[in-house]
Design a protein around this ligand. Structure first.
Ligand code: COI
Length: 356
């Protein structure tokens, strides 16, 4: 259940602080929609450029039954987060990376994207308009969901004559509720993406095909599903919503972004942080056999952040991995979250302060 507005005051906030916060049970945040006050909407019509965009009250949108997104799935989404720091600033984590990824996805789906500058500016405006919904420091983040969707009516298969760039937000906590590591099931039956397809962009259509596997795995008590490559069925690719890494010795390995997995921004960040502390990071095909022999396995994503994998089940094998205080995953998680929440100053330009 998503946390909802509460009737009594939170004992954790003084009345002055309460004024700057929406009425949310911050300690109970999950990864579930808590509607906020405003959203951003800009429109593009074939032959024109994107409209300036405006902040409007959050709510349902009206759309043609013949819209490109509804009929042919012409749509992309992004996910990024805003954080409130202990010293009262509101920051974004690498928003320009999402802006650039949307450019690439839009090209693949034949849509005109907003410029990277418009994207980042729109994200800032949306977060500032909803600043009451940015959780207190350490209680979660404001998840930002930009959409670029074909909203124009199109009956034959073609690019829609109108696109909508829309951004909405929701305060969120952890993606997976359990504080322990994930128990993954390897799906050897369904494939998530294939060479030349759209697995490498954040197309809306990449996500409903994972539902069948996910529902089956969850009903058997697993936390998530790991997909194999469609070409050989021998290499690991991606978890339903995030990227995967394995550790063996001093080498951290992750599947390459050659078109079938999402080029995750957290994936890129964690690779850099692991290199910074002396690990060799390899982006290469990783076989299922190597996965089963790894010392640690962990996954990364904006929603997921970084989560250790406790066990992987494949056929009749159930492998347990190192997790906990001494694990590399714990160290990298701390390095990342300390940067994101402003506990540690970041000299790589990853945090964008939008409060000043
Ligand atoms: C994200 O991590 O932002 C994602 O896009 C995952 C989402 C499908 C929940």
């Amino acid at each position: 259940m998503a946390p909802c507005a509460h009737s009594s005051s939170s004992p954790l906030l003084t009345s002055k602080e309460e004024e700057k916060y929406a009425d949310v049970k911050w300690d109970e945040l999950e990864f579930a929609l808590v509607p906020t006050d405003y959203m951003y909407v800009a429109k593009y019509k074939q032959g024109e450029s994107f409209s300036e965009g405006e902040i409007v009250p959050y709510g349902d949108i009206s759309i043609s039954p013949c819209a490109g997104i509804l009929n042919y799935g012409q749509g992309l989404f992004e996910g990024l987060k805003a954080y409130r720091t202990e010293d009262g600033r509101i920051t974004l984590f690498r928003p320009e990376e999402n802006a650039l990824r949307m450019q690439i996805g839009a090209d693949r789906l034949c849509m005109t994207p907003p410029s990277p500058d418009q994207f980042v500016e729109a994200v800032k405006q949306t977060v500032l308009a909803n600043n009451k919904w940015v959780p207190p420091p350490g209680k979660g983040a404001l998840y930002i969901r930009p959409l670029l969707i074909g909203t124009g009516a199109i009956l034959g298969v073609a690019s829609a004559p109108e696109y909508t760039f829309l951004i909405y937000t929701s305060p969120v906590g952890n993606y997976h509720k359990a504080s322990s590591g994930l128990n993954l099931k390897v799906d050897d039956k369904h494939r998530r993406a294939h060479s030349g397809g759209t697995g490498g962009v954040k197309s809306c259509t990449n996500y409903s095909p994972v539902l069948k596997s996910l529902v089956e795995a969850k009903s058997s008590g697993f936390s998530d599903v790991l997909f194999l490559d469609a070409a050989t069925g021998k290499n690991i690719e991606e978890i339903s919503t995030c990227n995967i890494f394995i550790l063996k010795g001093n080498i951290v390995s992750t599947p390459p972004t050659s078109g079938t997995i999402l080029p995750g921004i957290t994936r890129k960040t964690i690779s850099e942080l692991a290199r910074d502390i002396g690990y060799q990071v390899q982006e290469r095909d990783v076989s299922i056999d190597e996965l089963l022999e790894a010392e640690e396995v962990f996954c990364t994503g904006t929603a997921m952040v970084l989560k250790a994998v406790d066990t992987v089940t494949f056929d009749d094998k159930n492998i347990k991995y190192k997790t906990g205080e001494e694990a590399l995953s714990t160290k990298l998680h701390l390095m990342l979250t300390n940067i994101q929440t402003g506990v540690v100053e970041n000299n790589k330009g990853w945090m964008v302060d939008i409060s000043s």
